[in-house]
Design a protein around this ligand. Structure first.
Ligand code: 5GP
Length: 197
C-alpha cells in the first residue's frame, strides 16, 4: 500500500464547536493526525504547550514565516496562527489523513496551495446560538467576544467556497457527518492503493 493521506481542512467561526466535533471524530478513527498549530495567543487555562498549540512569541513566529516553515498562517484577533509544514507533510507521506482546524484566511491559502485537500466548513445553527456558545465559554473578554462575532459573520459569508458544510446543532450528529466525509474519501478508488490479484 503506497497510499498517501488526505488533508482535511476544517474551518468555521469561533464558537461553532469545531473543537468538540473534532475531538469526537479523532477519538473514533485511526490513521488520523491532528495538526498542532503555532500561535502567539496566550494559553487559556488548562491548555498545554505542544498539545493544544505551540505557544510562541511574535519573534519566534515571524522566524517560522521567514524560514517558510508554515503551510499557511494568518492573523486573527491580533494574534498569529499557523500550521507547521513538516509534521503535516510527514504524516501525509506515511499514509495518514491529516486534519487542520484553522480559520478562514488560512483555509483559503491551503485550498490554493494544495487543491487536492478537502475543505469542510463547520457552521453553527444560527448566529444567536453562536453568541450563546461564545459567551457560555466564559474564556474571553467582552471586547474579544465582539471581535470574534464580527469575524464570524464574515467567515460564514464564505461558506459556499467549501466543498462540505456540517451544521453543528448536535455535536454527535455533526461528528457522524464529519466522520462520514473522511470515510468516504478513504473509499475513493484513487485513495485505496489496492489492486486485486
Ligand atoms: P482560538 O484562539 O479560539 O484557539 O482560535 C482562534 C481561531 O484560530 C479559530 O478559528 C481556530 O480555528 C483558528 N486557528 C487555530 N489554529 C490555526 C492555524 O494554524 N492557522 C490558522 N489560519 N488558524 C488557526
Amino acid at each position: 500500500m503506497s497510499r498517501k493521506g488526505t488533508l482535511f481542512v476544517i474551518t468555521g467561526p469561533s464558537g461553532a464547536g469545531k473543537g468538540t466535533v473534532l475531538k469526537k471524530v479523532i477519538q473514533s478513527l485511526d490513521r488520523l493526525y491532528f495538526s498542532v498549530s503555532a500561535t502567539t495567543r496566550a494559553p487559556r487555562e488548562g491548555e498545554l504547550d505542544g498539545v493544544h498549540y505551540h505557544f510562541l512569541t511574535h519573534e519566534q513566529f515571524e522566524r517560522l514565516i521567514a524560514e517558510e516553515r508554515l503551510l499557511e498562517y494568518a492573523q486573527y484577533a491580533k494574534n498569529y496562527y499557523g500550521t507547521p509544514l513538516d509534521p503535516a507533510l510527514q504524516h501525509l507521506e506515511m499514509g495518514e489523513d491529516v486534519i487542520l482546524e484553522i480559520e478562514l484566511q488560512g483555509a483559503l491559502q491551503v485550498k490554493k496551495r494544495l487543491p487536492q485537500s478537502v475543505p469542510v466548513f463547520i457552521a453553527p445553527p444560527s448566529f444567536a446560538e453562536l453568541e450563546n456558545r461564545l459567551r457560555g465559554r466564559g474564556t474571553e473578554t467582552e471586547e474579544v467576544i465582539l471581535q470574534r462575532l464580527s469575524i464570524a459573520r464574515k467567515e460564514c459569508a464564505a461558506m459556499d467556497q467549501f466543498r462540505y458544510v456540517v451544521v453543528n446543532d448536535q455535536a454527535d450528529t455533526a461528528a457522524d457527518e464529519l466522520r462520514s466525509i473522511i470515510l468516504a474519501h478513504r473509499c475513493l478508488t484513487e485513495n485505496r492503493g489496492f489492486t486485486l490479484e
